[in-house]
Design a protein around this ligand. Structure first.
Ligand SMILES: *[C@@H]1O[C@H](CO)[C@@H](O)[C@H](O)[C@H]1NC(C)=O
Ligand SMILES: *[C@@H]1O[C@H](CO)[C@@H](O)[C@H](O)[C@H]1NC(C)=O
Ligand SMILES: *[C@@H]1O[C@H](CO)[C@@H](O)[C@H](O)[C@H]1NC(C)=O
Length: 153
Protein backbone atom coordinates (compact mmCIF):
# COMPACT_ATOMS: atom_id res chain seq x y z
CA UNK A 1 0.00 0.00 0.00
CA UNK A 2 2.64 2.48 -1.01
CA UNK A 3 1.69 5.91 -2.16
CA UNK A 4 3.79 7.79 -4.69
CA UNK A 5 7.45 8.78 -4.76
CA UNK A 6 6.67 12.26 -3.53
CA UNK A 7 4.03 11.30 -0.96
CA UNK A 8 5.38 8.10 0.47
CA UNK A 9 4.89 6.38 3.81
CA UNK A 10 7.27 8.84 5.42
CA UNK A 11 4.85 11.60 4.47
CA UNK A 12 2.06 9.61 6.05
CA UNK A 13 4.18 9.28 9.19
CA UNK A 14 4.72 13.02 9.16
CA UNK A 15 0.96 13.49 8.85
CA UNK A 16 0.39 11.51 12.06
CA UNK A 17 2.54 13.89 14.03
CA UNK A 18 1.68 17.16 12.35
CA UNK A 19 -1.46 16.82 10.20
CA UNK A 20 -1.53 20.50 9.26
CA UNK A 21 1.83 20.36 7.48
CA UNK A 22 0.94 17.53 5.11
CA UNK A 23 -2.63 18.32 4.11
CA UNK A 24 -3.00 19.18 0.40
CA UNK A 25 -4.12 22.73 -0.32
CA UNK A 26 -7.56 21.52 -1.33
CA UNK A 27 -7.98 19.32 1.75
CA UNK A 28 -10.46 21.66 3.35
CA UNK A 29 -12.83 21.09 0.43
CA UNK A 30 -12.85 17.32 0.97
CA UNK A 31 -15.13 16.15 3.72
CA UNK A 32 -13.55 13.61 6.03
CA UNK A 33 -15.27 10.30 5.49
CA UNK A 34 -15.78 8.05 8.46
CA UNK A 35 -14.56 4.64 7.39
CA UNK A 36 -16.57 1.48 7.88
CA UNK A 37 -13.86 -0.85 9.10
CA UNK A 38 -13.66 -4.61 9.57
CA UNK A 39 -14.89 -6.13 12.83
CA UNK A 40 -12.82 -9.07 14.02
CA UNK A 41 -14.56 -12.23 15.14
CA UNK A 42 -13.45 -14.88 17.62
CA UNK A 43 -12.90 -17.56 16.75
CA UNK A 44 -11.56 -16.39 13.40
CA UNK A 45 -13.45 -17.39 10.22
CA UNK A 46 -12.32 -20.51 8.36
CA UNK A 47 -9.26 -20.12 6.17
CA UNK A 48 -11.29 -20.34 2.92
CA UNK A 49 -13.49 -17.47 4.15
CA UNK A 50 -10.41 -15.32 4.76
CA UNK A 51 -9.05 -16.31 1.33
CA UNK A 52 -12.33 -15.09 -0.23
CA UNK A 53 -11.95 -11.79 1.67
CA UNK A 54 -8.37 -11.53 0.43
CA UNK A 55 -9.67 -11.81 -3.16
CA UNK A 56 -12.24 -9.05 -2.54
CA UNK A 57 -9.63 -6.89 -0.82
CA UNK A 58 -7.29 -7.20 -3.83
CA UNK A 59 -10.15 -6.37 -6.20
CA UNK A 60 -11.20 -3.31 -4.18
CA UNK A 61 -7.67 -2.00 -3.61
CA UNK A 62 -5.82 -2.73 -6.85
CA UNK A 63 -8.55 -3.23 -9.49
CA UNK A 64 -11.42 -0.92 -8.49
CA UNK A 65 -9.13 1.34 -6.43
CA UNK A 66 -12.11 1.83 -4.11
CA UNK A 67 -10.43 2.89 -0.87
CA UNK A 68 -13.64 2.96 1.18
CA UNK A 69 -14.41 -0.66 0.26
CA UNK A 70 -10.74 -1.57 0.75
CA UNK A 71 -10.91 -0.49 4.37
CA UNK A 72 -13.96 -2.67 5.07
CA UNK A 73 -11.40 -5.51 5.17
CA UNK A 74 -9.10 -3.61 7.56
CA UNK A 75 -9.53 -3.40 11.33
CA UNK A 76 -9.61 0.07 12.98
CA UNK A 77 -6.41 -0.65 14.88
CA UNK A 78 -4.56 -1.37 11.61
CA UNK A 79 -0.80 -1.00 12.10
CA UNK A 80 0.98 0.39 9.07
CA UNK A 81 4.64 -0.49 9.44
CA UNK A 82 6.22 2.16 11.66
CA UNK A 83 2.89 3.89 12.18
CA UNK A 84 1.67 3.36 15.72
CA UNK A 85 -1.23 5.76 15.89
CA UNK A 86 -4.25 3.91 17.32
CA UNK A 87 -6.51 5.40 14.68
CA UNK A 88 -4.20 4.71 11.78
CA UNK A 89 -6.88 2.96 9.68
CA UNK A 90 -8.94 6.16 9.59
CA UNK A 91 -5.85 8.26 8.88
CA UNK A 92 -4.67 5.89 6.15
CA UNK A 93 -8.16 5.94 4.61
CA UNK A 94 -8.23 9.75 4.63
CA UNK A 95 -4.82 9.91 3.02
CA UNK A 96 -5.29 7.18 0.41
CA UNK A 97 -8.72 8.55 -0.57
CA UNK A 98 -6.93 11.64 -1.86
CA UNK A 99 -4.12 9.97 -3.80
CA UNK A 100 -4.97 6.38 -4.68
CA UNK A 101 -7.37 7.09 -7.54
CA UNK A 102 -4.50 8.61 -9.55
CA UNK A 103 -2.37 5.47 -9.33
CA UNK A 104 -1.80 3.45 -12.48
CA UNK A 105 -1.67 -0.06 -11.05
CA UNK A 106 -0.39 -3.14 -12.89
CA UNK A 107 -0.89 -6.30 -10.86
CA UNK A 108 1.98 -8.82 -11.14
CA UNK A 109 0.69 -11.47 -8.70
CA UNK A 110 -1.23 -11.87 -5.43
CA UNK A 111 -1.16 -14.61 -2.84
CA UNK A 112 -3.00 -15.64 0.33
CA UNK A 113 -1.58 -18.20 2.75
CA UNK A 114 -2.33 -18.88 6.42
CA UNK A 115 -3.31 -15.41 7.62
CA UNK A 116 -0.97 -13.50 5.31
CA UNK A 117 -1.61 -11.74 1.99
CA UNK A 118 1.08 -10.69 -0.45
CA UNK A 119 0.48 -8.17 -3.27
CA UNK A 120 3.06 -7.60 -5.98
CA UNK A 121 2.30 -4.77 -8.38
CA UNK A 122 3.63 -1.78 -10.26
CA UNK A 123 2.40 1.67 -9.36
CA UNK A 124 3.68 5.20 -9.24
CA UNK A 125 5.87 4.27 -6.26
CA UNK A 126 7.76 1.59 -8.24
CA UNK A 127 7.67 -1.32 -10.64
CA UNK A 128 8.01 -4.10 -8.11
CA UNK A 129 6.10 -3.21 -4.95
CA UNK A 130 5.52 -6.07 -2.52
CA UNK A 131 3.03 -5.49 0.28
CA UNK A 132 2.50 -8.07 3.03
CA UNK A 133 -0.61 -8.03 5.23
CA UNK A 134 -1.46 -10.05 8.32
CA UNK A 135 -5.05 -11.19 8.98
CA UNK A 136 -6.44 -11.70 12.47
CA UNK A 137 -10.03 -12.57 13.35
CA UNK A 138 -10.91 -12.28 9.64
CA UNK A 139 -9.56 -8.73 9.26
CA UNK A 140 -6.29 -7.17 8.09
CA UNK A 141 -4.50 -5.83 11.17
CA UNK A 142 -0.96 -5.10 9.99
CA UNK A 143 1.01 -4.20 6.88
CA UNK A 144 4.68 -4.25 5.83
CA UNK A 145 6.29 -3.01 2.61
CA UNK A 146 9.99 -2.68 3.41
CA UNK A 147 12.22 -5.32 1.86
CA UNK A 148 9.42 -7.86 1.50
CA UNK A 149 10.19 -10.95 -0.61
CA UNK A 150 7.69 -13.23 -2.33
CA UNK A 151 7.03 -16.45 -0.36
CA UNK A 152 8.75 -19.46 -1.88
CA UNK A 153 6.25 -22.08 -0.72
C1 LIG B 1 10.97 1.98 10.18
O1 LIG B 1 11.43 2.85 9.17
C2 LIG B 1 12.83 2.97 9.14
C3 LIG B 1 13.19 4.06 8.15
O2 LIG B 1 12.77 3.75 6.85
C4 LIG B 1 13.43 1.61 8.78
O3 LIG B 1 14.86 1.71 8.76
C5 LIG B 1 13.02 0.59 9.84
O4 LIG B 1 13.45 -0.69 9.45
C6 LIG B 1 11.51 0.58 10.00
N1 LIG B 1 11.14 -0.23 11.17
C7 LIG B 1 10.52 -1.37 11.03
C8 LIG B 1 10.18 -2.07 12.28
O5 LIG B 1 10.22 -1.82 9.95
C1 LIG C 1 -2.00 6.66 -16.20
O1 LIG C 1 -1.93 6.11 -17.50
C2 LIG C 1 -2.62 6.88 -18.46
C3 LIG C 1 -2.60 6.12 -19.77
O2 LIG C 1 -1.30 5.67 -20.05
C4 LIG C 1 -1.98 8.25 -18.58
O3 LIG C 1 -2.67 9.04 -19.50
C5 LIG C 1 -2.01 8.92 -17.23
O4 LIG C 1 -1.31 10.14 -17.28
C6 LIG C 1 -1.39 8.04 -16.17
N1 LIG C 1 -1.62 8.66 -14.87
C7 LIG C 1 -0.63 8.79 -13.99
C8 LIG C 1 -1.04 9.43 -12.70
O5 LIG C 1 0.51 8.44 -14.20
C1 LIG D 1 -4.95 -17.63 11.71
O1 LIG D 1 -5.27 -16.70 12.73
C2 LIG D 1 -6.26 -17.17 13.64
C3 LIG D 1 -6.56 -16.02 14.59
O2 LIG D 1 -7.06 -14.91 13.85
C4 LIG D 1 -5.77 -18.40 14.37
O3 LIG D 1 -6.78 -18.90 15.21
C5 LIG D 1 -5.38 -19.46 13.33
O4 LIG D 1 -4.80 -20.56 13.99
C6 LIG D 1 -4.39 -18.90 12.32
N1 LIG D 1 -4.14 -19.87 11.26
C7 LIG D 1 -2.91 -20.21 10.89
C8 LIG D 1 -2.83 -21.21 9.81
O5 LIG D 1 -1.91 -19.74 11.40
Amino acid sequence: MRISPSIHLTALLACIGTPATCAPAHASTIATRQGKFCEKTFPAPADDVIKARHDKFVDAFLVKKDIVETFTYIAPEYINNNVTSPDSAQRALDFLSRVWGNQNITIHRTRYKENYSWLNYAGMAGNNIIDRYRWEGGCIVQHWDRGEVWPTE
